[in-house]
Design a protein around this ligand. Structure first.
Ligand SMILES: Nc1ncnc2c1ncn2[C@@H]1O[C@H](COP(=O)(O)OP(=O)(O)O)[C@@H](O)[C@H]1O
Ligand SMILES: [Mg+2]
Length: 351
């Protein structure tokens, strides 16, 4: 007859392939019960957007099925998201487990589009998600998320509206379009701090922050004010974009922000008639700078007319057409980013 100890022992033989440690010591197994030949337990993933979900589920199940005397295995999969910051006792952003910055060297590379689709994809996986628009030069996340009305303010705190499953706050909520575009350093720092302190986020697994392009005061203030779970660097394939993306990457590295990886946007165009991929702006640049800087390359996003159309209409493509080719690419990116954040959280835990 199998016992609970046998089950835990068998599951301790299953490793999380990304974290390289067994799922029992990672506290991913919960509620083991054995009744006769029937075993029930919960497998808690480190993120609902787990890129290795199926593989882990299969390994855990077959480990338990292999125990002599076990006839039936009832495994439920849940998640308890790992945190990269001390969220329960934080002065700012209390309750927010992970802050993910999205940065680029240049503007117009699709950073905001990636940020919104990342947020929507993470939310669709079951995570609690917020998106913070810290782009002082063009806060357009509310438009991309279809938010038209100003947010509710209660006791001087901004209640972020929810769109497509994610809570949204933007510098645009505080400053209207007539606000001068010449932002000086201290003003930017103040505005970013205001966003970090005055928005009522509640509990979040991930807060995605859309930064302005470049290496300016917003990025600096954010990285120096709250511990970031990591930064995703967005580039396009052209040399000019790549060079300045590399500069942004170097800046975050100097600030000790974990680099989650590089993603290349507008990598290729798929001919709607014959399906052939054309690498309009040359090929392989994003992968190359990632390799040279020893960071992960997280993928190529195709140019797609629907991506722009849905953004302009206020429904990111991942929400509007979740099964389209482009959405699948964004979702895979989101899962890889979530996986990277779990790895960062785990490395912090060990220290
Ligand atoms: N993969 C893509 N395919 C087609 N259009 C895109 C893609 N990514 C971004 N765009 C469009 O390019 C423009 C710039 O994107 P945006 O996300 O605003 O860039 P950034 O935030 O870097 O300035 C927008 O009109 C957006 O809809
Ligand atoms: Mg933008």
């Amino acid at each position: 007859m199998a016992t609970e100890a046998d089950v835990l022992k068998a599951l301790a033989g299953v490793k999380d392939p990304e974290l390289g440690r067994d799922i029992v010591s990672l506290h991913m197994v919960e509620g083991v019960k054995v009744e006769g030949g029937r075993v029930t337990f919960v497998l808690n993933l480190t993120t609902p957007a787990c890129p290795l979900r199926t593989r882990l589920e299969e390994s855990a199940r077959s480990a338990v099925e292999g125990i002599p005397g076990v006839k039936q295995v009832e495994m439920k999969t849940g998640s308890v998201v790992f945190a990269t910051r001390d969220y329960s006792d934080a002065e700012m952003l209390m309750g927010v487990k992970n802050i993910i910055a999205v940065a680029s060297g240049k503007g117009g590379v699709g950073k905001s589009t990636i940020a919104v689709n990342l947020a929507v994809a993470l939310a669709a996986s079951g995570a609690k998600v917020g998106i913070l628009d810290a782009d002082v030069y063009g806060p357009n996340i509310p438009l991309m998320m279809g938010i038209r009305a100003p947010p509710e303010v209660r006791d001087e705190r901004v209640i972020p509206p929810v769109a497509h499953g994610a809570k949204v706050a933007s510098l645009g909520f505080f400053y209207n379009e007539e606000t001068p575009v010449i932002w000086r350093g201290p003003l930017v720092a103040g505005a970013v701090r205001q966003l970090l302190t005055q928005v009522e986020w509640g509990e979040l697994d991930y807060l995605v922050v859309d930064l302005p392009p470049g290496t300016g005061d917003s990025a600096l203030t954010l990285a120096q004010t709250v511990p970031l779970g990591g930064v995703l660097i967005v580039t396009t394939p052209q040399d000019a974009a790549l060079n300045i993306a590399a500069k942004a990457l170097a800046m975050f590295r100097r600030l000790n922000v974990p680099i989650l990886g590089v993603v290349e946007n507008m990598s290729y165009f798929v001919c709607p008639h014959c399906g052939e991929k054309s690498y309009i702006f040359s090929k392989g640049g994003g992968r190359k700078i990632a390799a040279e800087r020893d960071v992960d390359f997280l993928g190529e996003i195709p140019l797609g007319i629907a991506v722009r159309e849905h953004s302009d209409a206020g429904t990111p493509i991942v929400a509007a057409m979740p099964d389209s080719r482009e959405s699948l690419v964004y979702k895979e990116l989101a899962f890889r980013v979530a996986g990277m954040v779990s790895i960062v959280a785990f490395s912090k835990m060990k220290k």
